[in-house]
Design a protein around this ligand. Sequence first.
Ligand SMILES: Cc1cc2nc3c(=O)[nH]c(=O)nc-3n(C[C@H](O)[C@H](O)[C@H](O)COP(=O)(O)OP(=O)(O)OC[C@H]3O[C@@H](n4cnc5c(N)ncnc54)[C@H](O)[C@@H]3O)c2cc1C
Length: 417
Amino acid sequence: MDFALNEEQRHWQMKARKFAEEEIRPISLARDAIEDPSETFTWDIIKKGSKLGFRTMAVPKEYGGHGTDYVSQALVMAELARGDSAISKTFSQCWKWSHLIAAVCSDEQKDRFLKPFIEDDTYVLGKGGTEPTAGSDNRLPPPDDPKAGHKLRAERHGDEWILNGEKTFIANGSIAKLFFLDVRTNPNVSVKEGSTLFMVTRDTPGFRHGKVFNKRGWRFYQNAELIFENARVPHANVVGEVNGGGKKPGAAGDTSGGDIFGDLELAANALGVCESACELAMQHARTHKQGGRPLVEQQLVLLKLNRMYMLTEALRSFVLRVAWEHDMKIHSANAGLAMNFSEEAIQTVTELGLEIFGAAGGVTSPEAEKLVRDSLIWTHLAGDNVQRMRVSQRLVRMAEAIERKARETIPELTAAE
Ligand SMILES: Cc1cc2nc3c(=O)[nH]c(=O)nc-3n(C[C@H](O)[C@H](O)[C@H](O)COP(=O)(O)OP(=O)(O)OC[C@H]3O[C@@H](n4cnc5c(N)ncnc54)[C@H](O)[C@@H]3O)c2cc1C
């Protein structure tokens, strides 16, 4: 097995490391400490990162992007997250949706949306699925209940659709120029049969963002409500088929874009946070003295460091393997499993890190405490029951497929029954 990075992967890794150290880290704590959640964000860091390619790296070269492979993307996410996990996510949130435009949109849509995305350093993307009464339902859509799942309604009037309803918790909600939206185009059937993916620009008449949420962690990241009051969206902004439902691009299980990015990005981002926690804890344990001796001479502290490094290295191996598998077009449930694992890793590692700081962690050394707050985001996004069920269902489907294949290639198996 060859674990070496190629020249291009190393180049992206080093560029991201330098940017994280010189530009992100110096602003991370100060941004996190701003009280008003809509003020924690700054365009300055996004513009600088965009000029280095961190916003557009997932777009294929033929459309003006950098066409990076998944290994490079995982390396960059982790490096940027070492500087600040939420700033890293603001960039990577653009990757899966810009990649999706390139993968599934019509040429006319690519022309209208990819061009400005590439050219404008402030063109950021978002995706709206969640609503006040539809969160988990959207991830594991109940098969045949019309009442379940998202309800943002669209009705067709000639060449336009009129949208009414709202989305909530939407990432980049107050800053994105373009959103992918899960919209109900037939409320009388299940979401699998009656929903459609739309692209909606910020300047759409009747659309505005509402409150920006005041989160404990990832404070730089702008999660907001999206409000639609007779919003008028051209039919030309429909992605794929009307009522494409469960088969719509970017839906769970679709390998053309959204799914792998979402899973891999959380795991890779967690890796950066874990690295940061290890680095901080090691530095503190080597330099802080108790009873006349540095903390690293205390066996219990060493055991904590051991667990932190062990989980971090296990996560690194998992993340890079998943990224490599997807570059090799080997699709499995591993990206989902890595995402689930990243929740356990990041929360254990950051909490052990905070323990090593003792009281200072929450008082005079806020870095360690910030990492714990950031890690709590993984509970909702990576490791709750629904995310684990979604991945487990995929494992079952794969086991069934393997069995079917075996029966096709070894007919005696079927004959013996
Ligand atoms: C930082 C952040 C960024 C986000 N960004 C976006 C975004 O960009 N776009 C977007 O659309 N959404 C976004 N979300 C929302 C996120 O997708 C939802 O929080 C998630 O889908 C869970 O929905 P919910 O919070 O409504 O919880 P609920 O669905 O109300 O679930 C509450 C609890 O019940 C459990 N539960 C619910 N149903 C089941 C079930 N059938 N079986 C077992 N357990 C169940 C869940 O596991 C959870 O523990 C974001 C959230 C956060 C925190």
